[in-house]
Design a binder for this molecule. Structure first.
Ligand SMILES: [Ca+2]
Ligand SMILES: [Ca+2]
Ligand SMILES: [Ca+2]
Ligand SMILES: [Ca+2]
Length: 252
């Protein structure tokens, strides 16, 4: 019997070609195929009981391909170990096997997901600049750049009162706040993946509501700068008048 083997090229196989191969080509969803140069009819043995059926191999040509009715999903199975067997028709038949490792490359087919929005946060109106407000969490089922997330505040950030760290998602106070002017903020937080390739980026967005708690940070003010009162001489003790004053935080 001739020595049976397999390789990735058209070069006649040698015993050394029985070493495992790793196929890391373009995404398999494009139906790329791997030609195995077996000298005799190869057969595909999936691992018993695991992932049967994603691949098939033509028995004569040794072309390994993804089945037509299968859509590979890297997020479910990222790597396949296939055992290819080539068997002759001698008596008795002899065979050889080789391993083909197939890594499924990622495409950006999952949106990032904001995990803890919408959220309500209440802070003092006197919270200092740079203070922590909230930590926005997000996840993305893809990998690499397709799961590299960038945070942004896209609406509601009046006077740029808050900022968000694009990488960590931590929201902080960016300017001095004043409940008497702006008592609450409705920030739209967005997260998107693939910062280096906006064309294929996917995104999610949701609300962060920030309510400011009143602090006693305003002195009462008289409504007039001077008052003139006239009192009759010999007025009895206890005669009175009303002076008006107001305060921004509320009436006195
Ligand atoms: Ca993604
Ligand atoms: Ca993916
Ligand atoms: Ca104030
Ligand atoms: Ca106040």
């Amino acid at each position: 019997m001739e020595a049976a083997g397999a390789s990735l090229s058209s070069v006649p196989p040698t015993p050394s070609s029985l070493a495992p191969h790793h196929w890391q080509g373009a995404p398999l969803r494009f139906r790329q195929v791997l030609k195995l140069g077996a000298l005799e009819a190869p057969r595909l043995n999936s691992s018993p009981g695991r992932h049967p059926g994603e691949f098939l191999i033509s028995p004569v040509e040794g072309v390994l391909r993804v089945r037509k009715d299968v859509e590979l999903d890297r997020e479910a199975i990222a790597f396949y170990n296939l055992t290819i067997c080539a068997r002759d028709r001698g008596v008795p038949p002899l065979s050889s096997t080789m391993l083909v490792g197939i890594r499924v490359l990622d495409i950006n087919d999952n949106d990032p997901v904001l995990l803890n929005l919408p959220m309500n946060v209440t802070i003092s109106e006197n919270t200092p600049v740079s203070s922590f407000v909230a930590h926005i969490l997000a996840s993305d089922a893809d990998s690499g750049c397709n799961a590299l997330l960038t945070f942004n505040i896209t609406a509601g950030n009046r006077e740029r009162a808050f900022s968000i760290n694009a990488t960590t998602g931590i929201v902080t106070v960016n300017r001095p706040l004043d409940r008497e002017r702006i008592p609450e903020y409705r920030l739209t937080i967005s997260v998107k993946d693939n910062p280096e390739n906006p064309r294929i980026a996917r995104r999610d967005f949701d609300l962060l509501l920030i309510f400011l708690v009143d602090e006693n940070d305003n002195h009462p003010l008289f409504t007039e700068s001077t008052y003139l009162a006239e009192v009759m001489e010999n007025s009895p003790a206890g005669a009175w008048g009303i002076l008006e004053a107001s305060e921004s935080s509320g009436s006195i």
